[in-house]
Design a protein around this ligand. Structure first.
Ligand code: NAD
Length: 457
């Protein structure tokens, strides 16, 4: 029986391995993590991450051929294929601080693999890493004491949080990069065999190692660039009376452009886009490629501008101050259908509103109160002015304004008449995700701002 071990039981490691276990009953899959609490949650009734459909998959496989364990070394030493799906955040100090990827988690995982392995293994980069990381990993792995052979593959993950299970069951593509040697090709084939059990052959793409590593950074940069492009157009729409939804729909009808990922909003968030672009910028700079570096950096700058622009709009619309006013923040997750608030634009918006003296009251269906407080405390906000509500109605009670910051479906179906009646007047609604019907809300009496749409008459 083939044994797989995945180091890192996070947003990627957990769902990815659950789907491999589901589709490959003859493979034993162990997901390990240094966080005993995270492993306990994977083994408990409430999984540590919220993803539609994930509960069912985990329940079906857990204890059958899917195991979550804190015994990292044992499972690594027993595995034939070791995926490494640890976090690769942006470095906060030293060389490349603020841009380069922090590979300390990766390096310690690689050293541990080298130390505990007694049989040959395929080591798979699942984390997003800078191009050429495999070369560094190979150096660490080849200096092991047990004369073990390792083949390093790059198999970046393209799932999107909120649709992870569906993305894994029906991926646009599975990318595998390996060395162009006989041993490298054999390792690629072994990993292909795993995916081929449910992914059509034409969707499994093999490339050289560096292409696979760079593709992941490039893909995230392209996705984020589309968001910044449509957001840049949204500002021009507001200045001219054009409607960004109409513009984006018509632009997206061009077959060369396509309609997806063209929704204007308060800016992208999540743990990946910004860090991966910063990483790309850093790599370009290291190669002396300053113009490409400046190009990609601009994607982040437009995103920051969009978040600032939203806060400015809120404050300026409310007679140039939100001091002493209550603002209900609906949605804190960086997107709908996830409880993940890493790098969410909601943090920047709350920070901006608090800085102007507002009291914010946040409601999110999945992000916990502790997480919201932790995120805002981490950016230096005093908790005195921060409330967390159990539902949207409680958040909006007595508020001067509502800011919708995540496109949760439930925000489309709220009883806005009831909300309006409970608010201070004039009641403002700032729709940072363009989820509500501005016309309908204006008829109720709200003063409405939607991103990239004509302003209130
Ligand atoms: P995460 O923080 O949710 O999970 C990483 C896990 O690795 C943590 O639980 C941590 O405790 C564990 N870990 C760290 N060092 C370890 C070690 N030495 N031994 C055992 N466990 C260790 O991160 P994530 O969101 O799952 O992302 C993982 C990687 O995948 C990152 O490189 C990320 O860029 C990439 N990625 C993320 C997404 C996404 O949507 N989140 C999508 C594609 C790719």
């Amino acid at each position: 029986m083939v044994k797989i071990c995945c180091i890192g039981a996070g947003y990627v490691g957990g769902p990815t391995m659950a789907v491999i276990a589901l589709k490959c009953p003859s493979i034993e899959v162990a997901v390990v993590d240094i966080s005993a609490a995270r492993i306990a949650a994977w083994n408990g009734d409430e999984l540590p991450i919220y993803e539609p459909g994930l509960d069912e998959v985990v329940r079906q496989c857990r204890g059958r051929n899917l195991f979550f364990s804190a015994d990292v070394e044992r499972h690594v030493s027993e595995a034939d294929i070791v995926f490494v799906s640890v976090n690769t955040p942006t470095k906060t100090r030293g060389l490349g601080a603020g841009k380069a990827a922090d590979l300390t988690y990766w390096e310690s995982a690689a050293r541990m693999i080298a130390d505990v392995s007694k049989s040959d293994k395929i080591v798979v980069e699942k984390s997003t890493v800078p191009v050429k990381t495999a070369e560094a990993i190979e150096k660490i792995l080849t200096h092991n004491c047990n004369a073990v052979n390792f083949q390093v593959l790059s198999n970046p993950e393209f799932l999107a949080e909120g649709t992870a299970v569906q993305d894994l069951l029906r991926p646009d593509r599975v990318l595998i990069g390996g060395r162009e040697t006989a041993a490298g090709r054999k390792a690629v084939d072994a990993l292909k065999d795993v995916y081929a059990r449910w992914v059509p052959a034409d969707r499994i793409v093999t490339t050289n190692l560096w292409s696979a590593e760079l593709t992941k950074l490039a893909a995230n940069a392209f996705l984020a660039q589309r968001i910044s492009s449509v957001n840049a157009i949204s500002a021009l729409c507001e200045a001219t009376g054009a409607d960004v939804s109409e513009v984006a729909a018509a632009v997206g009808m061009d077959g060369r452009i396509g309609p997806k990922f063209l929704t204007a909003g308060v800016g992208f968030g999540g743990s990946c886009f910004q860090k991966d672009i910063l990483n790309l910028v850093y790599i370009c700079e290291r190669h002396g490629l300053h113009e490409p570096a400046a190009y990609w950096k601009q994607v982040i700058e437009v995103n920051d501008y969009q978040k600032r622009r939203f806060v400015t709009r809120v404050v300026s619309s409310m007679f140039n101050t939100v001091s002493g006013k209550k603002v209900a923040v609906l949605g804190f997750a960086f997107k709908k259908d996830t409880g993940d608030s890493r790098e969410t634009p909601a943090i920047d918006v709350c920070k901006g509103l608090l800085a102007d003296g507002a009291a914010v009251c946040v409601y999110d269906p999945q992000v916990t109160e502790d997480q919201i407080r932790q995120d805002l405390a981490a950016v230096g906000e005093p908790m005195r002015q921060v409330g967390v509500a159990r539902d949207a109605y409680e958040a909006a009670g007595g508020a001067h304004a509502i800011c919708i910051l995540t496109e949760w479906d439930e925000f489309k179906a709220l009883d806005y008449r009831r909300i309006f009646d409970g608010m201070q007047k004039p009641a403002f609604l700032f729709d940072g995700r363009n989820v509500v019907d501005g016309g309908e809300l204006r008829r109720i009496g709200f003063i409405v701002y939607s991103i990239g749409k004509p302003l209130d008459p």
